[in-house]
Design a protein around this ligand. Sequence first.
Ligand code: 5GP
Ligand code: MG
Length: 206
Amino acid sequence: MQLSKKPFFFLWNERGKLYFCIFQNTTIMKSVTIKDKEFGIFIESKEIERSIEQVSQKINADLKDQNPIFVAILNGAFMFAAELMKRVSIPCEITFVRLASYRGTSSTENVKEVLGLNESIEGRTIVIVEDIVDTGNTMAALLKQFEAMNPKEIRIASLLFKPEALKKDIKLDYVALEIPSDFIVGYGLDYDGYGRNLNDIYKLKS
Ligand code: 5GP
Ligand code: MG
């Protein structure tokens, strides 16, 4: 496991030589091994948080008078939901539901039903909070189930989006980061249950 410390403060002398440098407290691992696979650093938390901040600003402006209910999809969206909701400043509710788990490194079409929604969403503006939209199969199944509950409007907020992998006709209202079709872990996303706690996003090494 390699570690890199990120410098955040430099001083240079008049001949351009670096003579002072303070390092950030946080260390970023350049690579991580999870079970049998190696992953390399892909998106650092600073960039993730910057993107989430932009999404929150749009939501605050768009849904100011809508009294929305955010429905976060466990387990993957827990970290995104927390970071997003810290920045959402309009009156709203948040609730969490559970779905099919995702195993291995390819997306499954076998989606279980939404579990654990105790609130009525009839007539409400709902914002689905997801970790990632890959083929869009999961989101399409989710939309079908939520539409049957007669909400006023459904919006989608996803931390990550793989546009090249999308197979369904779905409109994503709020996307923090668009990425290529690689398998990633961290920031809530797992490989076989592990890696969700990583503060940065890592990509599977080929
Ligand atoms: P979709 O149905 O859009 O193909 O996939 C959606 C689900 O697959 C996501 O909610 C997530 O659980 C999982 N998924 C898709 N791509 C990735 C990925 O790169 N890494 C991880 N860990 N999960 C992924
Ligand atoms: Mg998910």
